[in-house]
Design a protein around this ligand. Sequence first.
Ligand code: DOR
Ligand code: ZN
Ligand code: ZN
Length: 396
Amino acid sequence: ETIDCTGLHVLPGLIDSHVHLREPGDAAVETIATGTRAAVLGGLTTVFDMPNTNPSITTREKLDWKRDFVAGRAWCDIGFYVGAAKSNIAELAALEAEPNVCGVKVFAGSSTGDLLVEDDASLEAVMRSGRRRISYHSEDEYRLQARKPAYTTGMPHRMHAEWRDVECAFLGTRRLMALARKTGRPAHILHVSTAEELNYLKDFRDVCTVEVLLNHLTQTDEAYDRLGGYAVMNPPIRDARHMEAAWAAVADGTVDSVGSDHAPHSRAAKERPWPECGAGLTGVQTLAPLMLDHVNAGRLSLPRMVDLLNAGPARVFGLVGKGRLAAGYDADFTVVDMKKTRTIEESWIASPCGWTPFAGQSCTGWPVMTIIRGQAVMREDAVLGEPAGIPARFAP
Ligand code: DOR
Ligand code: ZN
Ligand code: ZN
């Protein structure tokens, strides 16, 4: 088959290194099949799936189950995070060495699911358990607990960014960097969301890499008034000062990767009154269009975007065959039309939960084709062939 790409840009296959596909556990909002279908519709060729499912992915048995389960179901390639829990610290070194595991994920603040490693001693034991970079959810449980009284009195959505203010994330990040220096174990700090953390981390480049989320580059706290619970995520969307700091960190090289933190919840869960509404937003399908729109708006260059969505994650996680680590690469490509303008519509969303915080937003720059190992799996919104995604491989 000859593919005519006249007038289009051919990019290395784009990666979302931070998605929660909810399987096993919550097929009503998302599955491996639907989440990877959303990914290829949005121009992605690989995703890395988080372990806070039900049950969570914390043992070899669960990992083996998931690896076997994705065969014939995944539309794109998929890497697996293993969750750290106080019960599996002794197993973590062996699990992270598995070829399809992108890394160990640590939640230091409680989130969707039951994974939590919150005290210093357990966190240090996790840090000492292995060799590869750990991925860290940088919010601090102690701080969250301290804030609980204010949190439960029914604050308006707009206050979300205030009560979980900067300190909550900053405390977690400072704690982790102290442990990283002490143990020599590097960390990939997920969803860094404050100006304070980004500034602080400049002095820790020897032991950290940095992820920023698309939402924190795109939305500010006005979204709470507009979207209510459909703007609630952890860490929260904050005010414009933090968004500008995130863009500055993209520009000065502090940021290594941009993810979506795709985290579907049912409409019922999102519509529960604050603070009971589920935290997390869909994003795997809209990551590339919104980043391309940011490119067109002059926020970053196209090569820098490719760096953040392909070379960056490949380097941080040691992804083999799709970044700059192997002698040859898979023929994974995202073909984009930088001139195409289109509005994000909820009817386009492939996740069963059926909503996006970006409904109605117009983007210029769209993925028009997704090619995985030489085969077109998406072309002009049609998903083609069979789900032929395979587990991604990572350097030991
Ligand atoms: O907003 C979030 N949603 N933050 C997280 O850390 C977890 C995620 C989820 O799984 O719902
Ligand atoms: Zn997180
Ligand atoms: Zn997440």
